[in-house]
Design a protein around this ligand. Structure first.
Ligand code: AMP
Ligand code: MG
Length: 422
């Protein structure tokens, strides 16, 4: 962090300045790139049983010590036989159950009854499903001859011995827990949890449970930040609401930077408010205050405070959430060791007209819905950065790039669904 690239230093702006379109403000992608270069994942690891590992990031790859399936087995309830002998009725000489193989040999003109998952005897080559066969006493005639090798799942067709099934950096999903169990893996090595602390600033803020005096508002960012960090699987500590007072802010910041991997603040980075925080962060760390060419979420600070990464998010409740999802979340995933970056987005028709000024990226709140035939999106209405109910109602961001201006109803827009990024 000692050397700030010149271009980026030029683009790192004093927060005091015009609120309108600023050709020197930093673009969303420049800010992301800038942050990304300082992120080194946590190194420490721990061993966990697979049941405890949901959402954790693998610290070493998993290679299979087994073939899955471990034997050729039947994909159907039916009969196993040699296809060359199946033009006439076959005599049933035994039964193979899942977990209880048929251990005999199948004589010429013979077959066995076989259940799904049961081992295919070495001397059978084909399975017919029972619905395509007719049993008369001890014999079975096959109504509809399948192709040779039909209805047999082959040894190792899912996973072969030695194959890497999960790579380092993979985040454990429910399917992975089952997959690991299917390989007999009981414990895995994961990166330790990321330690993240946050506090909010603002003299006007009151904690829930306290009465509101005139002009005060409840501190909602503490709760949205708590939720977003919990959902990411971080070890989170809420340091509370700190008054706009230099000593209190300094004390809290320094304590937090010494104890946590990441410190996040909300408020105090916007025009006219940033002075305390700016001075503090200049004294104790290397932090840049940016005006990002985006809406909501124009002011943003990022840098290092000792070993800790620092993110200063704007106080407006929607801006706090949008900047978290668009900058902080990806950065935290990198720090957690995760290799999965891409957040899905795709294009759908938007049934509402969109108000948008060209020259900045906007993250409007949208509702994806199905009109009976197709998935479409509508906006949540007013897009002010204080309207937190818009985030609650929405199920996606509508991503509008710098170039786009206002759009008539029916335009195709890029959406980023919340499920998949939250
Ligand atoms: P700031 O970024 O501190 O200038 O705050 C911008 C706006 O967001 C102001 O209207 C603040 O009252 C509001 N705000 C700041 N912090 C919070 C918070 N933690 N919860 C709710 N609103 C906040
Ligand atoms: Mg404030």
């Amino acid at each position: 962090m000692n050397q700030t690239p010149d271009l980026l230093r030029q683009l790192a702006h004093d927060p005091a300045g015009a609120e309108d379109y600023d050709p020197n403000a930093m673009s969303v992608s420049q800010a992301r790139q800038y942050i990304q270069q300082f992120l080194t994942p946590v190194q420490q690891t721990e061993r966990l049983s697979i049941k405890q590992a949901l959402g954790r990031v693998l610290a070493s790859p998993i290679a299979s010590t087994l073939n899955v399936p471990g034997h050729n087995n039947s994909a159907m309830d039916g009969f196993a036989f040699r296809l060359a002998e199946a033009s006439q009725p076959l005599r049933i000489v035994g039964t193979a159950f899942a977990g209880k193989p048929f251990n005999g040999t199948i004589p010429a003109g013979g077959c066995i009854k076989i259940m799904t998952g049961a081992v295919i005897p070495a001397d059978a080559d084909t399975v017919v499903m029972q619905e395509h066969a007719t049993v008369t006493g001890e014999h079975v005639s096959i109504q509809k001859l399948p192709g040779k090798g039909a209805n047999i799942r082959l040894l190792g067709e899912d996973i072969a011995i030695g194959q890497t099934v999960l790579a380092t950096g993979h985040t454990l999903q429910p399917a992975d827990m089952g997959l690991l169990a299917s390989l007999g893996v009981a414990e895995i090595e994961v990166y330790r949890r990321l330690k993240v602390a946050f506090f909010t600033t603002g003299d006007e803020l009151v904690s829930v449970g306290q009465p509101l005096q005139a002009g005060q508002i409840y501190d909602s960012n503490r709760y949205s930040l708590w939720g977003m960090l919990q959902a990411l699987g971080a070890e989170v500590e809420d340091l509370g609401n700190i008054a706009d007072n230099p000593q209190a802010l300094e004390h809290t910041l320094l304590q937090a930077a010494a104890r946590f991997d990441v410190v996040i603040t909300s408020g105090g980075v916007s025009v006219g408010e940033a002075d305390f925080m700016k001075q503090l962060l200049a004294t104790h760390g290397q932090v840049l205050f940016w005006k990002i060419n985006m809406k909501p979420g124009r002011p943003l600070a990022y840098g290092k405070l000792g070993q800790a990464h620092y993110f200063g998010l704007p106080g407006n409740p929607v801006a706090t959430m949008v900047t978290f999802y668009q900058f902080v979340q990806t950065a935290l995933k990198t720090l957690m060791g995760s290799h999965e970056r891409a957040q899905p987005s795709f294009k759908v028709a938007c049934v509402s007209p969109i108000k948008k000024a060209a020259g900045r990226t906007e993250f409007q709140r949208g509702i994806l819905f199905n009109d009976g035939a197709d998935w479409k999106v509508k906006t949540t209405g007013e897009q002010g950065s204080g309207i937190l109910s818009s985030m609650s109602q929405a199920n996606c961001f509508i991503l509008l790039d710098e170039a786009s201006g206002p759009l008539p109803a029916g335009s195709w827009v890029e959406v980023q669904p919340f499920t998949g990024i939250f």
